[in-house]
Design a protein around this ligand. Structure first.
Ligand code: MTE
Ligand code: HPA
Ligand code: MOS
Length: 752
């Protein structure tokens, strides 16, 4: 089935937050933020700003009726700064005005005196000074110290991966308005409506039932709206609480880029030990996560880094630690992959280093260490239904690796100023929120008396196609046309206590709850059929093609007629079901357990051609064998793989976040921050589904697909490195992403 949003999107008919007709008298909100990355607030003078005509009120921490606190995992983040500021872009006040232009004028008139304190922008500096967001985490399997002694080869190295700007097309925003009796409704562009509801209640000193949060759809989130959509919603709601008038805030791109956190930059160190057969015997890594000025989701992201530190390989001795380092940058946050990509880059770097020193292709080492059924992950989970070797074999065979290699060797021999490089990237990504209690969801299904259906779940549509998948589930379960099913907005009054739309688990969690609701309704309807057609209880009844089928034959009873019949018999035609992922658990005190419902696997082969005069490059092809399980929607799922791949390539090649030493974001516009465009897409992207059974833990055996393919982008980095080496064997190996054309050019002509 085609994505049900595509028509509306291309015609400009789909509704986003900013398309909602606002109530008369709606006010406009604008954030006044810290111009200094670290300091003590000595004085703030709002008087000039307040005098402006059209300024209704400037709200600060003094106006907060509840707690000035929005930290989810750790309570370390005020909504508005009080005495200190910790990053440029930190909200200090919320200007509420008749229009945006007046608010912007007012913002320029606010005078703030800040006594500056030392600014730390890198994880390494924070680590040296002992500045952390949370205690370190360590995963250990067997004994690396002893194992290294038995290794034939041991190599060490350092890596850096930079951050990444989410650049959702729709910037952050929220619209809040008063309901009766002091209640407030918020329409928010958030991945986490319940998080918004809960935090609003906390800051406004209300209960959760006083706050209704509604999400229509997002113009992209990519993790950037899992936690960081909340402050704007709370500010708008605070405006409503204080002024009893509707308040809307939509961040302009500049403000959004400056004020919000990004993917976490990581500085890491590794030590890898191998034997003569190229088996990796021991691996250690120390990850320094640049968390920014407050925790946000950093501890959970750090944890996922450890969960993915050995990627798709089995390593019998492992010790990996992660430190969440406190710096004076905006709190960094969730971004597609959620720390997993940062972990996986490091093991791939370690393998690349070993490959270089041992003078064997990296893929020989990769291939010798692929995960198999029964292997133990460093966190105790035993690998099952592993597809590492399958996907590797299918990719290298289907895309004829030896032939690819031969062609590259010939090309490199024949060309002096153009060189090609190849890299293989196997992936293994754990599906489930790593925090076990988050893995449950609810769905509400109404069958209306005319047979049409309305459904609500906790899923937020943000371009990933989850609404279409929900619709398919209902249409399939009831055997009715998809146009008889309506997906309602995501709303906390219809489906409560939702986990955010994240961790690639949304279709699994909400879809399974939805399917359960449909099954319960079907049971009731089946009873009605049995009675009406006077069937004996063994007769099989099913629903297909808008009709009731009896013992595999279409009966004269239509779906619509059956529903009316049930309604007249006073049968309940609504159901609210709940699903919680079975089997998963994790014990943080031991750092062992079974946190993931299943893993997603795949293998990509990336080839690149370098222009060795200019340092520019083009990706010839990325060929992928991906584990979709049994895809319930190949169109959407292929789109997810393509989008994630290009986003991953962007992260490792051209997207270069840059802060100056004062903590000021330099890459704060689209002219200084380059994201992949259509020309950056590899000439050929071929995605072949892995031949596999699928997994029962996935909805309809269709595996989660949102995040895993981003990590195919890691192959881009190593393909470039290999091409550089073909031109200049003297260039130093580098693990310093992104590999921008500038860095490529320097490497091409570097003499060691
Ligand atoms: N695809 C689009 N088009 N837009 C997005 O914002 N977010 C990604 C991924 N794919 C995103 C996307 C992220 S970070 C996640 S976690 C998943 O979608 C979330 O949705 P799912 O759980 O339905 O896969
Ligand atoms: N993935 C994505 N988002 C999350 C997670 C996770 O594991 N945990 C909390 N938020
Ligand atoms: Mo995705 S980073 O889990 O929102």
């Amino acid at each position: 089935m085609k994505n049900k949003d595509s028509r509306g999107h291309v015609r400009g008919e789909s509704l986003f937050l900013d398309d909602i007709n606002v109530r008369q008298g709606t006010l406009c909100g604008l954030v006044f933020d810290s111009p200094i990355a670290h300091g003590k607030i000595k004085n703030i003078d709002y008087s000039e700003a307040e005098k402006l005509d059209g300024i209704v009120k400037i709200l600060t921490h003094n106006d907060i009726p509840g707690e000035n606190q929005i930290g989810g995992i750790i309570p370390d983040e005020p909504l508005f700064a009080e005495d200190e500021v910790h990053y440029i872009g930190q909200p200090i006040a919320f200007i509420v005005a008749d229009t945006l232009s007046i608010a912007k004028k007012a913002r320029k008139l606010i005078k703030v005196e800040i006594e500056e304190l030392p600014v730390i922008t890198t994880a390494k500096e924070a680590f040296e000074k002992g500045l952390f967001i949370s205690p370190l985490r360590k995963f250990e399997l067997a004994d690396t110290t002893k194992a290294f002694e038995d290794c034939n080869y041991v190599f060490e190295g350092e890596t850096f991966t930079n951050g990444q700007e989410h650049l959702y097309l729709e910037t952050q925003g929220s619209y809040a308005f008063p309901l009766e009796n002091g209640n407030i409704k918020i329409i928010s562009s958030t991945q986490g409506p319940t998080q918004v509801q809960k935090t609003c209640a906390r800051v406004l000193g209300l209960s959760m039932h006083n706050i209704e949060v509604e999400v229509i759809r997002l113009g992209g989130g990519f993790g950037g709206k899992e936690d960081q959509a909340t402050p704007w919603a709370v500010m708008a709601a605070l405006g409503v609480k204080v002024l009893n008038r509707p308040v809307k805030i939509i961040l302009e791109r500049h403000d959004d880029m400056r004020m919000t956190g990004k993917r976490h930059p990581y500085s890491s160190r590794f030590k890898i030990g191998l034997n003569k057969q190229l088996k990796i015997i021991a691996f250690e890594a120390e990850f320094l996560q640049n968390s920014g000025a407050a925790a946000d989701l950093s501890p959970a992201i750090a944890e996922r880094t450890l969960f993915h530190a050995t990627n798709s390989y089995f390593i019998p001795n492992v010790k990996v630690t992660v430190h969440s380092c406190k710096t004076n940058l905006p709190p960094n946050t969730a971004f597609r992959g959620f720390g997993g990509p940062q972990g996986m880059f490091v093991i791939e770097a370690a393998i690349a280093k070993a490959s270089d020193k041992l003078n064997v292709p990296a893929y020989k080492i990769q291939e010798a260490n692929l995960l198999a059924d029964g292997d133990e992950f460093p966190f105790g989970q035993i690998a099952e239904h592993v597809e590492s070797q399958n996907s590797w074999k299918q990719a290298t065979t289907h895309f004829n690796l030896p032939e690819e290699e031969r062609k590259i060797a010939v090309f490199n021999q024949e060309n002096t100023h153009a060189k090609k490089g190849l890299a293989i990237m196997p992936i293994c990504f754990g599906i489930s929120f790593t925090n076990t209690p988050m893995n449950h969801a609810r769905a509400l299904v109404h069958i209306y008396q005319d047979g049409s259906v309305g459904i609500s779940t906790g899923a937020v549509e943000m371009g990933q196609g989850v609404n279409t998948k929900m619709l398919q589930i209902v249409a399939m379960a009831f055997g009715i046309d998809p146009d008889k099913v309506k997906i309602e907005t995501t709303n906390t009054t219809r489906v409560a206590n939702t986990s955010p739309t994240a961790a690639s688990s949304t279709a699994d969690l909400n879809g399974k709850a939805l399917l359960k609701a449909c099954e319960l309704l079907k049971d009731r309807l089946e009873n009605v059929v049995q009675q009406k057609l006077k069937l004996n209880p063994e007769t099989s009844v099913s629903f297909k093609e808008n009709s009731v089928w009896v013992d595999g034959k279409k009966s004269s009873l239509g779906w619509k007629q059956l529903v009316m019949e049930a309604f007249l018999k006073r049968i309940n035609l609504s159901e609210h079901a709940h699903y919680a992922t079975p089997q998963i658990h994790f014990d943080k005190s031991k750092e062992k357990g079974h946190p993931f419902a299943y893993h997603v696997y795949g293998t990509s082969i990336t080839t690149v051609t370098l222009d060795c005069i200019r340092g520019t490059y083009e990706f010839d092809a990325v060929e992928i064998v991906h584990d979709f399980g049994q895809s319930m929607n190949p169109g959407i799922d292929l789109g997810q793989v393509e989008g994630a791949l290009v986003q991953g390539i962007g992260w490792l090649t051209m997207e270069e976040i840059s802060y100056d030493k004062n903590g000021r974001l330099l890459s704060n516009t689209l002219s200084t921050y380059k994201v992949p465009d259509i020309y950056a897409v590899p000439d050929k992207v071929e995605i072949v589904p892995l031949e596999t059974e699928g997994n029962e833990m996935a909805i309809l055996k269709s595996k989660a697909v949102g995040e895993p393919p981003l990590m195919y982008g890691i192959g881009a980095y190593f393909a470039i490195q290999n091409a550089i080496r073909a031109f200049n064997p003297n260039s130093r190996l580098k693990f310093d992403a992104p590999f921008t054309p500038e860095k490529v050019l320097l490497s091409l002509y570097e003499q060691n």
